[in-house]
Design a protein around this ligand. Structure first.
Ligand SMILES: [Fe+2]
Length: 188
């Protein structure tokens, strides 16, 4: 596993502190999760780099920032007391990072929910999200969404691939197929 400490990533640290400075408990939850996801994502990206071009620095920073929008959601278990549904954390983070001049990182925020959300998912499940495709498109976006599936914000430790499959299967078996393709390519 590559060595990542948030202190090494000043860009991500500055942004997290800007929004979470007054929210110590939420910051703790966000950092614990984001660092786990960033470590796995960078490890996957380092393996992928042997065969294709991948922007490692972007993967690390975007992984650290992918859940930055959670603060504005109504998620008391995560010490977040906003008024938006949790599923909106991706688009809220995206909006925030666009305003910060990080449009590429913003796309990671809005495309990392599960294995991604299609317009059909959003319409069919009546999700409170804009009707646009929110599935990961680039290698970096896929790697971060993949790594995120292994870590919960409320349960410590890494989930097994089997656990990831069973949680995706509750929604749609096609989601499990996408995960299986990623897992075949990305497992380290
Ligand atoms: Fe996450």
């Amino acid at each position: 596993m590559p060595h990542i400490t948030l202190g090494n990533n000043l860009q991500a640290l500055a942004l997290i502190d800007k929004y979470y400075g007054e929210h110590k408990e939420a910051r703790k939850v966000l950092l614990a999760h984001s660092i786990q996801v960033a470590k796995l994502a960078v490890s996957v990206a380092s393996h992928a780099e042997r065969t294709e071009a991948v922007d490692l620095e972007f993967v690390e920073t975007a992984a650290l920032l992918h859940d930055i929008g959670m603060l504005y959601t109504d998620s008391p278990k995560l010490a977040c007391f906003g008024d938006k549904p949790y599923i909106c954390h991706g688009i809220i983070g995206a909006e925030l990072l666009r305003e910060e001049g990080l449009p590429r990182h913003a796309l990671v925020c809005e495309r990392h929910i599960g294995v991604g959300l299609s317009v059909e998912d959003i319409r069919g499940q009546g999700l409170p999200l804009p009707h646009r495709d929110m599935s990961p498109q680039t290698l970096e976006e896929r790697i971060i969404a993949y790594a995120d599936l292994f870590y919960s914000k409320t349960t410590p430790g890494k989930r097994t691939a089997e656990k990831v499959r069973s949680s995706l299967a509750r929604f749609d078996s096609k989601k499990v197929d996408i995960f299986n393709r990623w897992h075949q390519k990305f497992q380290t």
